[in-house]
Design a protein around this ligand. Structure first.
Ligand code: SF4
Length: 316
């Protein structure tokens, strides 16, 4: 691991201002992804700002009838909160499908959103990777692509976002609250928070330099049946080949978002009008324009069949 300096921030605004002062600065909370990346020298920050003391670890009701989830709420505390389990079952189920119990105890809400891709070439420092070293190329294109993206990909990167939680937050239309380096707050819809790779796959979110996530806000509950299905190569502690997060109303209408197919949680609102007609009709719209490789074209059929299973489960 490369040497780095370390400080504890006293307030969110102070943390954001301190982070914007240097180029090699990173925030650290649970550290469940960042520390691994530092040991592998994929991330080499020169300065860490510890945000664990920022009192952002509560879940509070909002005036609009939703919930404000502090950025430092652990994945375990969020998944087991009685209000989340009752009103946002999709979120609780997605969280419990991710990682392991030990990791969920340490991983935070903000950190979960900001975790990096699990593309194997990103972790192999002997391979070119535009996300790790912009302009170096992409070893995954033409390589082993079974786990990688099928939609929204680019000539520069075909990686997927690994978060289960983010899929649920996208389906629920959550908002990410932040504080910028100048102390100003802003709210970013989940739809705009993660970026597609384009020519700049190293820029993964809408966050500006130094900008700190302070909370995630859920709108008032949608009702309906909440289902999260994650299809993976082993039953636990594995990232999704694909995942389907859905909220389905008694009349068959609803919302659906996918994990494991794109550089961001994947949702196409227009596709949801086809939900009463079944998985194939939704998938045709949801994955229109998909450019799978020969190795991962199976994901299209897998999405279709998993959606059918989710719709059947919601019908009871
Ligand atoms: Fe890197 Fe993206 Fe290519 Fe993977 S797919 S090697 S993360 S540029």
């Amino acid at each position: 691991m490369k040497p780095f300096t370390y400080e504890r921030a006293a307030t969110p605004a102070e943390a954001a201002a301190a982070a914007a002062r240097g180029t090699g600065t990173r925030f650290i909370a649970g550290g469940t992804n960042l520390l691994d990346l530092m040991k592998l020298q994929i991330e080499t920050p020169t300065h860490l700002i510890d945000v664990n003391g920022l009192a952002l670890d509560t879940i509070e009701p909002t005036e609009e009838g939703g919930l404000r989830i502090g950025a430092l709420v652990s994945n375990t505390d969020l998944a087991t909160d009685a209000r989340v389990r009752r009103d946002y079952g999709l979120l609780a189920r997605a969280l419990l499908a991710g990682a392991s119990g030990q990791l969920r105890n340490k991983a935070t809400t903000a950190g979960n959103l900001l975790q990096r891709t699990r593309c194997p070439y990103f972790y192999d420092t002997n391979q070119p990777c535009n996300k790790r070293h912009p302009g170096s190329g992409c070893a995954a294109i033409g390589g082993v692509t079974r786990q990688l993206g099928i939609v929204g990909t680019s000539e520069a990167c075909i990686a997927t976002h690994p978060s289960d939680m983010a899929v649920a937050l996208r389906a629920l239309d959550a908002t990410v609250e932040t504080v910028r380096a100048d102390g100003a707050a802003r709210a970013i819809p989940m739809a705009d928070f993660h970026r597609l790779p384009g020519d700049t796959p190293h820029i993964e979110t809408a966050l500006e330099p130094g900008e700190l996530i302070t909370a995630v806000v859920l709108p008032k509950p949608l009702g309906g049946r909440h289902v999260y299905r994650k299809v993976r190569d082993r039953a636990s502690y594995a990232f999704a080949l694909i995942s389907v997060g859905a909220v389905i109303q008694p009349d068959g209408t609803g919302r659906v978002a996918l994990g494991g197919v794109a550089h961001k949680p994947w949702r196409v609102e227009e596709a949801e009008t086809a939900m009463p007609r079944g998985g194939r009709a939704v998938t045709e719209r949801l994955l229109a324009g998909a450019r799978p490789t020969r190795e991962n074209a199976f994901k299209i059929t897998l999405v279709e069949r998993t959606l059918d299973a989710v719709l059947a489960e919601a019908r009871g």
